[in-house]
Design a protein around this ligand. Sequence first.
Ligand SMILES: Nc1ncnc2c1ncn2[C@@H]1O[C@H](COP(=O)(O)OP(=O)(O)OP(=O)(O)O)[C@@H](O)[C@H]1O
Length: 250
Amino acid sequence: MPELEARHATVYYGTNRVLEDVSLTVAEHTVTAFIGPSGCGKSTFLRLFNRMNDFLPDFRLEGEIRLHDQNIYAPHTDVEELRKQVGMVFQQPNPFPKSVYDNVTYGLVLQGQRAKAVLDAAVEKALRQAALWDEVKDHLRKSALALSGGQQQRLCIARALAISPHTLLMDEPASALDPIATAKIEELVQELKQDYTILIVTHNMQQARRVSDKTAFFNFGRLIEYGDTPALFEQPQQEQTQHYLRGHFG
Ligand SMILES: Nc1ncnc2c1ncn2[C@@H]1O[C@H](COP(=O)(O)OP(=O)(O)OP(=O)(O)O)[C@@H](O)[C@H]1O
């Protein structure tokens, strides 16, 4: 059974159709990159998997998005529970104006966890997973806003991991970062896939190539090509993919 699946997903914002009949499956513990020109619907597609588009006015989905073979848009779906299972990291690091510690424990505290030993252990585990522990372990009470941009983004990843999701959605997680911080995020993505299933939107073709197992190329709201990353980059089957990769548009 695939971990995630889109079945004939078509999305409208009002009367504007931004995704058309997109179907794909994602296996667990893989990294899948979504690439394509600006405005082709990558972020919209990504946000379908934790229902983040529900916040947008006039959003409408036809088709199904399935997690572990359950349609997550079925009536009575517990959306809060879904978002615990499917975490998200955004383009701009967005730590809360709180301490490093309080950022990581935020979700757990919201869930009612108060035991200091449990919270302490969760903080260390999540920060280690996000490859940030060594840099912040002596400053856990410091404001998260005092960290560098790259550290803030890894903190946001730790915050997402602390509530034990099994899927992580990353929307251009490194595009606001310098090359060194970007390399750290890429390394981290590779490590995290041992435990998580990762979907990542990126404008950076080299990054997609480096970090992902599968790549999906979108154009004008359609999924043009989807396959193993080396094959898609080295021998794209569709003319539109070939043009895009040659830099003809995008
Ligand atoms: N909140 C919204 N309301 C209406 N239309 C929207 C909204 N968000 C995005 N769109 C439109 O939907 C289309 C797809 O946008 P989306 O952000 O998903 O594309 P993208 O491929 O991720 O783009 P980019 O690479 O520039 O981030 C675009 O035409 C965009 O203008």
